[in-house]
Design a binder for this molecule. Structure first.
Ligand code: PGA
Length: 251
């Protein structure tokens, strides 16, 4: 099984989100071979869901808060997202961590809230440029996994790990791509680390400036089940080509 998680971030307004969803549903996809999920902004979520509803495309939340309901001004819970049709949620995206200041503890709460609400969390981890330059990639990855998973029972949990080097995530389409060999090393580290938290086979996803030209080099990596394009997923031609390449790669 392969996965494409299209993170639309805050790139599109309501009308543009709807238009993209309408174009998307004209592209046939076999859900048993390829799961494609898009993550629109929270205000466009329901309208996009209505477009996708009788299609094979899934919809997910870019971020969830952990308390189901109560006096939490501005919050949107995992339970609410589940009610309106989310099957996946991004958790700990680097823009949440480094722009909005989410801590590892917050991320653990968000992860747990998704599991409780029966939404599959896509836990995003990755080193910053500073980490990389100071030889701290391994330290960062291990720490991010440990802070979320220590003493957590993951046996019955469906979840995903997205490795997204922070320095490779584009700011509007122009990012430094990570060398596939470097990504491969981190994926084997993640696989090794995960053994202490779960015996399950956790699907691993790559993200960071993925586009139609380089997607093959990431999806071909051993143990990688999918990609998480951001900017490229907001353009129908790019997204379509990414889907075609991902489907072609035999594993
Ligand atoms: P990008 O975003 O593909 O635009 O680099 C990926 C992400 O942040 O998830």
């Amino acid at each position: 099984m392969k996965y494409i998680f299209g993170n639309w971030k805050l790139y599109l307004n309501n009308e543009e989100s709807l238009y993209l969803a309408e174009q998307l549903v004209t592209i046939p996809v076999e859900k048993n071979e390829l799961e494609v999920c898009v993550f629109p902004n929270a205000l466009s979520f329901q309208a996009v869901k209505n477009v996708l509803v009788s299609s094979e495309y899934a919809i997910g939340a870019q971020n969830v808060n952990w308390t189901p309901r109560g006096a939490y001004t501005g919050a949107l819970s995992a339970v609410l997202f589940k009610e309106v049709g989310a099957t996946f949620a991004l958790v700990g995206h680097s823009e949440r961590r480094y722009v909005f200041g989410d801590t590892n503890e917050d991320i653990r709460h968000r992860f747990e809230a998704c599991v409780d609400a029966r939404i599959a969390p896509v836990l995003c981890i990755g080193e910053t440029e500073d980490d990389k330059e100071n030889g701290k990639t391994e330290y960062r990855i291990k720490k991010q996994l440990m802070k979320v998973f220590e003493n957590m029972d993951l046996d019955d949990t469906q979840f995903f790990i997205a490795y997204e080097p922070v320095w490779a995530i584009s700011q509007g389409g122009s990012g430094k791509a990570c060398a596939p060999e470097d990504a491969a090393q981190v994926f084997s580290l993640i696989k090794e680390e995960l053994k202490q938290y779960t015996a399950n086979d956790v699907p691993l996803i790559y993200g960071g400036s993925v586009n139609a030209k380089n997607v093959e080099s990431y999806i071909s990596l051993e143990g990688v089940s999918g990609v998480l394009p951001g900017h490229a997923s907001t353009k129908i031609e790019d997204l379509k080509q990414i889907m075609e390449v991902v489907l072609q790669i035999k594993k």
